[in-house]
Write a protein that binds this ligand. Sequence first.
Ligand code: ATP
Ligand code: LTN
Length: 337
Amino acid sequence: MPSSKAPTPPPRLFSGMQPTADSLHLGNYLGALAQWVILQDSHQAIYCVVDQHAITVEQDPDVLRRRVRVTAAQFLAAGVDPARSILFVQSHAPEHAQAAWVLQCLTGFGEASRMTQFKDKSQREGAERASVGLFTYPILQAADILLYDAAVVPVGEDQRQHLELTRDLAQRFNARYGQTFVVPEPHIVKATAKILDLQRPDKQMSKSLGGSGCLFLLDDVKASAKKIKSAVTDLGREVVFDPDGKPGVSNLLTILSALSGTSIETLEKRFEGAGYGDLKKEVAAAYTEFAGGFAERTHQWLSDGSTLDDVLADGAVRARAISGERLADVYRKVGFA
Ligand code: ATP
Ligand code: LTN
């Protein structure tokens, strides 16, 4: 007899990125966004442009407005599919800030003080100038995730500690008020979790570091190819994957492997007897092909502004239907009348 049970819905997944630059970089794409696209097949995926996180450091309002749209357009250009997944802007769902307040009241001051991203960023800003929002940033991130019962959170390596805090807060809330939140798992793909800066392969590629070691996906591809060709490589001349001994060359192999879908071992064999110059040439070609198409698709989404706005408005309605219910549950459990 056929089972009368409704099929179990796929697990939920949540992730977000800050609209803090006019373009995402290759680290954002390979470390997170490429996974977002793949995981849509097996999860109910919810993706968010986290503009409230962005204002933890000072932003020009017009620039922020533009970057929210550019960031969303890049998610779509990468293959986030609004027919299957939810794509929205964080500030369009006030539930996030509301839930964050409750979670802040469950977070120890010492616990929040241990977040290394806060320590790094506040050092850069100067401790006196750093905002309290920068301090409570990871708790807003926990609210983002927990409001959607997300079981999985695809991010790069640098977000591991924030995910640990999210898990602790979910467990603490559940222990105190009864089963409420799903305790999420980070989804961090080791091979691409930390793409390195091309000029400083001891640092991860990042928007804030920027410069000639960072490949911004919407930049002129010729300029990016030049950056690849002047990437810092290592002593010796053999193209082998050795992240400790040869971080620069290994980073280029990681990039080429991810962009071409060819394994590192196959690439090592292919470059036997060849030099660093040959490797760079091939990385530049693969990157140019990828980034050219990516930029074109992004600009198409941006030129059709009303469709983009519709996608985001529809995403906010669908997101709030989920987060509104979870927030009401939280409010009731903590004793708000
Ligand atoms: P900022 O420098 O402003 O902190 P960022 O470049 O580090 O920005 P985020 O917006 O903080 O980027 O990160 C968005 C997503 O991209 C996160 O999941 C993060 O882990 C991932 N990510 C960022 N940089 C890299 C990188 N170099 N390699 C792999 N993943 C990365
Ligand atoms: N802190 C994250 C951005 C972010 C996020 C989230 C990621 C905010 N909320 C929820 C995953 C899930 C960063 O990438 N810097």
